[in-house]
Write a protein that binds this ligand. Structure first.
Ligand SMILES: Nc1ncnc2c1ncn2[C@@H]1O[C@H](COP(=O)(O)OP(=O)(O)OP(=O)(O)O)[C@@H](O)[C@H]1O
Length: 227
């Protein structure tokens, strides 16, 4: 029996009163790597925002990592986000502090206290993205690809049940995109569940996986043809 990490049933997603997506039926299971594609403005970000509690789910059903999106209260959102790792196109690192301090900041904000444990965890996640030796640097001292790897490390800090990546390669050149994608693939092979919105069809071809498409106010699964 599969126990979905994310399940939406007959859900509708609105932005400022406008219907963006209707009859959304989506299931993501543990260990899945799922792409979310679709033209600009078709609702990929709105879909992601609904999942991390930035847009309320007003119609239909939605369950994500033990939370009911329909009844989600404002004060529960930080707890939902702790179980999710969110990665954005623009990295969103704090520019006034080093990489180590960026990551320690998140640990402190999510209840970690012991300095040694925090340092060990920071080193562990930086190792996963091959950035262990760069923890002393400031974000502006890193390339875009390196900054995104740090952002992925940050998303991993609290061992999330689901990683939501919204155009994680959107600001990167093709070669760097592949390097970042390799990191996401490694993480996925280690059992993490990932939902990734992307415009990058080259990545889809190189790393085929289950693909959902937003189009005409709907989300549906597309089957990739080989060859
Ligand atoms: N805050 C908002 N208020 C009202 N409408 C919005 C808001 N944010 C987005 N929209 C509208 O919702 C629709 C879907 O936008 P969304 O950002 O989810 O698309 P997207 O598929 O992620 O696009 P992109 O690929 O450009 O990021 C668009 O028509 C957009 O204009």
């Amino acid at each position: 029996m599969s126990n979905p990490i994310l399940q939406l049933k007959d859900a509708s997603i609105y932005q400022g009163g406008n219907l963006i997506l209707s009859d959304v039926n989506v299931e993501v299971n543990k260990g899945d790597f799922v792409y979310l594609i679709g033209k600009t403005g078709t609702g990929k970000s709105s879909f992601m925002k609904t999942l991390y509690g930035d847009l309320p789910l007003t119609k239909g059903e939605g369950h994500i990592v033990d939370f009911d999106l329909k009844t989600l209260k404002e004060k529960e959102i930080p707890f939902l986000r702790r179980k999710l790792g969110v990665v954005f196109q623009d990295f969103k690192l704090l520019t006034d502090r080093t990489i180590n301090d960026n990551l320690t900041f998140v640990l402190k904000a999510t209840g970690w206290k012991d300095k040694k444990e925090m340092a060990a965890r920071v080193e562990e996640v930086l190792t996963k993205v091959d950035m262990k030796t760069k923890g002393f640097k400031f974000p502006h001292e890193l390339s875009g690809g390196e900054q995104q790897r740090v952002a992925i490390a940050r998303a991993l800090l609290n061992s999330p049940e689901l990683i939501l990546a919204d155009e994680p390669t959107g600001n990167l050149d093709p070669q760097t995109s592949i390097e970042v994608m390799e990191v996401l693939q490694d993480i996925s092979k280690n059992g993490n569940t990932i939902l990734m919105a992307t415009h990058d069809y080259a990545l889809l071809l190189k790393y085929p996986s289950k693909t959902l498409k937003c189009e005409d106010n709907a989300i549906f699964e597309v089957v990739q043809r080989k060859g």
